[in-house]
Design a protein around this ligand. Structure first.
Ligand SMILES: CC(C)(COP(=O)(O)OP(=O)(O)OC[C@H]1O[C@@H](n2cnc3c(N)ncnc32)[C@H](O)[C@@H]1OP(=O)(O)O)[C@@H](O)C(=O)NCCC(=O)NCCS
Length: 186
C-alpha cells in the first residue's frame, strides 16, 4: 500500500528482525535519547530494542507489526500491536494495545503515523480486541494529541523502566464508539 510520498506500508516480514531492531534503536534514540544517562539508554537498547526481542514477535500470530518503507532510505517507521500488556487494574480479557509507534524524524508530520495507527486499530478490532489501550510518556504531548483524535483518554499512569530510570507513562484507553443515534419517529 503506497502513501502520498511514495512510502510503502506493509506487515513486517519474519526475516526483518535485524532491520526492525535497528530502526527501533534509531527512532528511540532520536526521540527520547536526550532523557537518559548513557548506561540506562544502553541497557534498554540492548534488551528491549534488540534482534532477540523482535525475532519472536515477528513469529507470534497474536502480534501485528507494520513497517513503512521508503524506496531509497529503507525502513522509516514501524508499529507493533497485540494483546494488552499494560498494568491496568482488572484488565479486560480481550484488551488490545498499540505497543510501539515510531517514525524517523525526517518523515514525521506527513500523515504516516496516522496511517500506521489506523491500520493497527482496524486489525486489533478485527482480531476481537476490545477495549484498546496505549501507553505514552507523560511528556509526549504530540503523540497524546494523535491518540486523542482516535478517542483515547487517560485512565491511569505507571512507571516505565529505561535501564534504572523510571519514566512516568500515561495509560490511555479508547472510548467505546458511540452507539448509533436512534431513528427519530415522525
Ligand atoms: C507520534 C508519531 C508516530 C506521529 O506520526 P506523524 O506521522 O508524525 O503524525 P501525523 O502526521 O500522522 O499527525 C497526526 C497528528 O498527531 C499530532 N502530532 C503528531 N506529532 C506531533 C508533534 N510532534 N507535535 C504536536 N502534535 C503532533 C498532531 O495532532 C497531528 O496532526 P496535525 O499535523 O494535523 O496537527 C511520530 O511523530 C513519531 O514517530 N514521533 C516520535 C516517536 C513517538 O513519539 N512515538 C509515540 C510513542 S507513544
Amino acid at each position: 500500500m503506497s502513501t502520498p510520498r511514495g512510502f510503502t506500508v506493509r506487515r513486517a516480514r519474519p526475516a526483518e528482525a535485524p532491520d526492525l531492531a535497528s530502526l527501533a534503536r534509531d527512532t528511540f534514540v532520536e526521540t527520547f535519547g536526550y532523557l537518559y544517562r548513557p548506561e540506562d539508554l544502553g541497557a534498554f537498547l540492548e534488551t528491549s530494542q534488540s534482534v532477540a526481542a523482535y525475532a519472536p514477535l515477528l513469529h507470534d500470530p497474536r502480534v501485528g507489526i507494520w513497517v513503512a518503507q521508503d524506496p531509497h532510505q529503507g525502513l522509516v517507521g514501524f508499529l507493533t500491536a497485540g494483546p494488552c500488556k499494560l498494568p491496568v487494574p482488572q484488565r479486560e480479557d480481550r484488551a488490545g494495545e498499540i505497543r510501539q509507534l515510531y517514525l524517523r524524524a525526517a518523515v514525521q508530520r506527513e500523515g504516516l503515523g496516522t496511517r500506521l495507527l489506523a491500520l493497527a486499530l482496524d486489525w486489533l478490532a478485527a482480531e476481537g480486541h476490545a477495549p484498546l489501550y496505549v501507553g505514552v510518556w507523560s511528556g509526549n504531548l504530540g503523540a497524546q494529541r494523535l491518540y486523542a483524535r482516535y478517542g483515547f483518554e487517560k485512565v491511569g499512569e505507571h512507571d516505565f523502566p529505561v535501564g534504572n530510570q523510571l519514566d512516568r507513562e500515561f495509560i490511555l484507553r479508547q472510548k467505546k464508539a458511540a452507539p448509533p443515534s436512534p431513528a427519530v419517529a415522525t
